[in-house]
Design a protein around this ligand. Structure first.
Ligand SMILES: NC(=O)c1ccc[n+]([C@@H]2O[C@H](COP(=O)([O-])OP(=O)(O)OC[C@H]3O[C@@H](n4cnc5c(N)ncnc54)[C@H](OP(=O)(O)O)[C@@H]3O)[C@@H](O)[C@H]2O)c1
Length: 280
């Protein structure tokens, strides 16, 4: 296939590009930055400029790429810009889907998160409802749900609900921002209940997902965790040796079940975060 990676320079996109090439695909990768084109070229891809918040720019990139499939890995997380990330999920996804439909592209895979489910003890399967804010009655992760709705407008839209990413280039790498913070005695988690996924396993699932059915698929490891389990492990690996570790969870969250992804031929080469979190 000709595959357009929207977000080819991020932690997932830069690993996905060579993985798709070695699977025989031709890859076009987007970036907004002239100085990042070289990395895409050097990896064997074709760079194309695209600002996802500008519909004309999105349409031009899709027209230039002429893809059979688009992989949407757009996030705005390197600067921890939560508002910018939400805008990208809502406006960026809508622009990408509009552009794909206009150009006659049928297939899109998009990155989402595995902790968007109603809180509960049992790992969530894909059909479980989204977490609801008790005050507003609306979804807790509204931009993520907006992305789901946009992908449902595609003739063939697949949403990959990745667990928390760890591994090289992530916040939980040995030199990652959150490993260093944990080493200083403070672990701030997105959610209390968590599923993890190593970046290499997330990339492997994304390659396979080009042939997966439409709909949502959890891409998580086999070892659901709570902050009280993994926080101390990460802190120790970050160099913390004190006895006053602070653990802060932003929301209850939910672990996720990977049975559907397994039934589609994927399995994690890293079944448990315990073996690599904060290490590689
Ligand atoms: N599930 C998870 O836990 C999860 C998922 C993703 C990321 N993260 C964390 O977030 C950290 C940073 O992620 P990252 O390295 O992937 O960087 P990022 O800053 O989130 O950027 C990701 C990609 O989105 C593109 N992008 C951003 N805004 C865009 C826009 N307006 N238009 C077009 N493209 C846009 C970037 O391209 P250009 O800037 O080149 O244009 C880049 O290729 C990681 O280290 C990881 O730990 C976690």
């Amino acid at each position: 296939m000709r595959v357009l990676i929207a977000g080819a320079t991020g932690v997932l996109g830069s690993l996905l590009l060579p993985a798709l090439l070695s699977d025989g695909h031709t890859v076009v990768g987007t970036t907004r930055h002239a100085d990042r084109r070289r990395a895409i070229l050097d990896a064997g891809g074709e760079p194309v400029a695209m600002d996802a918040l500008d519909p004309a720019s999105v349409a031009a990139a899709i027209a230039a790429a002429r893809p059979d499939a688009i992989v949407h890995l757009l996030t705005d997380l390197s600067g921890r810009d939560w508002a910018g990330n939400a805008r990208l999920r809502v406006e960026g996804t809508a622009n990408l889907v509009d552009g794909a439909l206009e150009a006659g592209v049928d297939r899109m895979i998009a990155e989402s998160v595995s902790w968007r489910y109603e809180p509960g003890e049992r790992p969530a399967t894909e059909d479980e409802p989204a977490a609801v804010d008790p005050v507003t009655g609306g979804p807790v992760y509204a931009p993520v749900e907006s992305l789901d709705r946009d992908l449902a407008r595609m003739p063939h839209g697949t949403v990959l609900r990745y667990g928390l990413l760890y591994g090289a280039g992530t916040w939980y790498a040995p030199d990652g921002m959150l490993t260093r913070e944990a080493g200083a005695g403070r672990v701030v988690a997105t959610t209390d209940h968590t599923s993890w996924i190593h970046v290499d396993d997330a990339v492997a699932a994304t390659v396979l997902a080009l042939d997966w059915p439409a709909g949502a698929v959890n891409v998580v490891d086999d070892d659901p965790a709570r902050l009280a389990d993994w926080g101390p492990v990460l802190a120790e690996r970050g160099g913390y040796a004190g006895d006053a570790l602070e653990l802060v969870a932003g929301a209850p969250g939910r672990a996720a079940d990977n049975g559907l992804a397994r039934s589609l031929g994927w399995s994690p080469s890293r079944p448990s975060w315990r073996d690599g979190l904060g290490l590689d």
